[in-house]
Write a protein of this length. Sequence first.
Length: 280
Amino acid sequence: MLKRVITGVVAFLLFFPVLLFSGHPIGSYGFVIVLGILATIAMHELTGCFRVRKNYVIMAITYLFGIIITALTVFLRESDKYSAYLISTGFLFLFIVFAIAMFNIGKIKYTQVASFVATCFYVVCGFLSIIGLRYTEFGNNLFLLVFIGAWATDTGAYFVGVIFGKHKLIPSVSPKKTIEGALGGILGCVIGYLIFGICVEHFYGREANYIALACTAVFVAVISQIGDLIASYIKREQGIKDYGVVLPGHGGIMDRFDSIIAVAPVIFGVVAIWGVKLIG
C-alpha cells in the first residue's frame, strides 16, 4: 500500500504541471508529447501482453507509430489534412503488422496481431481524444473531466464497495468488484462533476450546466467501469497480472489509464459531436 501511495503522489506531482500549463503555447506541445509518450508506453506494454515482443520489427513499427502519431498531432493538429494523415498512418501500421505476421506464419498467429493492433487503436483513440477535447471551446477546463470522471468513479466505487459491497458484479473478470461499488462509482462521479462545475464558476467565472454535468457523469461512470473491466478481461484472457511495471505498486500505464482511455472518447463525443454545453 505504501508503495502505491508513494508512486501515486510522485506521478501526480510530475503530471500535474503538464495539465496546469497545457494552455501555454510551449506547454501545449509538452502536453501532446507527454500523452504521446504515455500512449507509446501503453502500446509497448501491449506487445508483451499479446506476446509479439520477440518480433523486433513489430516492436520498431509500434514505436514508430507512436512517434509519428505524436508528431502529426504536434505539428498538424490544426491542418485540414490532419484526419487524412491519421487515417493513413493508422492503416499503414495495421497493414505492415499484418504483413509481418504473414511472413512469420507458424511463429505468429493472426489472432495475436489482430488483438494487438485492435487494442493499440483503442489506446491511441483514447489519448487522442484527450488532446482533441483540450482544444475544443472551453477545452482548458473540459479536458479535466476525463481525469475527474475516471478517478472520482474509481474512488467512489472503492470506498462504497469496501463498506457496503456484498453482491459481486462480474466475478469471472474482477472478483473484488461489486454492484454496490459500481453504484458508488456513479455517485462519486456525479459528486466530482458537480464540484467541477462549482470550481469553474468560482475560479473562471463561467456558467456550469449542472443538469448536463450530472447526466454526463452517470454515463461516464458506467463507461469508466466498463473500461476498467475490459482491461481486466484482456489480462485474464492473456494470463497476466499487470500490463507493465513502470508504476511500482500500480502496474503499467495500461493498468492506471484503462478507465481514462475509455472515458476520453465519450466526453469528446458529448462535447464535439453532440454539442452538449457542459459549461459556457
